[in-house]
Write a protein that binds this ligand. Sequence first.
Ligand SMILES: Nc1ncnc2c1ncn2[C@@H]1O[C@H](COP(=O)(O)OP(=O)(O)OP(=O)(O)O)[C@@H](O)[C@H]1O
Ligand SMILES: [Mg+2]
Length: 351
Amino acid sequence: MTKRYPNGFVAVDDLHIDVPKGSLLGLLGPSGCGKTTTLRMVAGLVPIEEGHLVVDGQELSAAPPHRRDIGLVFQNYALFPHMTVGENVAFGLEMRGVPRSEIRARVDEALEMVRLPGYRDRKPREMSGGQQQRVSLARALVIRPRLLLLDEPLSNLDAKLRDEMRVEIREIQQRLGITSVFVTHDQVEALTMCDVVGVMNKGRLAQLGSPDDIYERPASMFVAEFVGRINKLPCEIVAGDRVRLAGTVCRSAAHDLPEGRGIAAIRPHRIHLTAARDPNLVGNSTNAVKGIVRTVTYIGDIVQYDVEIAEGVLLKIEQHTQGSGLHHNTGDEVLCEWAPRDMLIFGRDDA
Ligand SMILES: Nc1ncnc2c1ncn2[C@@H]1O[C@H](COP(=O)(O)OP(=O)(O)OP(=O)(O)O)[C@@H](O)[C@H]1O
Ligand SMILES: [Mg+2]
């Protein structure tokens, strides 16, 4: 699908994604990259002028929203405030002409599913944000949709509730085996909940893969940076898998690199920090670079260090804290070690 807005702006650019039946696809990307536009095209709220939507072999590009059998959950819940929970959930069934006798049972079933049995006579304003979001999930599920679309459903919830709802949505999605698309700009949500993740950048698909692929084998620096913290350091590609970084020759995960300038990317928690010792004593299957600790930030479960490995070149390192509370101090000389597989190299163009 491609979406060109009337002002000529291309919000979604030749996006092609196959979502396997029963799986949860995460659409991840920065603000404005076209996630909501994509979802709205699938739902039928934005017309598909270029491209196709095919569900179960059936072309739905031109079908009106209510013919698509799609359940939608939005960030702001979008519940009708003057209606009770039961009326909100029943709404879609009434629109579809489901008999009254059946509606009550299906509403109860949907409220049960989202763990809100007995709430049917409440008004949305009498409920917490998390409960309102459950109601909107029940409203989407009650029509027994063949596709469930969720647009940042958790972003209005506090951190703890978000964790709970993540697990719960995933559990319901798997139990019902319902093919779903989950839009988020939160990498944790995408990696923890989804079977497949599509990372979007400026309307295009930057990478499509399993959470592990996206995190461990990012296709570009953009993806690497978007799905977690990463050190990004200029380097010189020497030959094969070798790069010169801060004056030291290191080995990387890449093979047959073209010589020239590149960017090395290493995740902070994949670097191991030890007290300074002779780098030659470190096995040659490990990269080792000397440095001086410049800042130490204690966070509780981890300590973050900025280590200067060459003049003006800082390496961010994260280590889990130990019960003993021992860690390195500002000014300490240290050795930074990491495995070649943990160093990704990108050409200047991919950065
Ligand atoms: N009606 C419109 N006319 C022109 N441009 C639009 C219109 N609606 C959205 N856009 C632009 O299309 C781009 C994609 O918008 P979209 O809402 O899909 O982004 P998003 O990825 O959902 O972002 P967010 O994370 O902020 O919700 C944005 O740059 C936006 O400004
Ligand atoms: Mg959006």
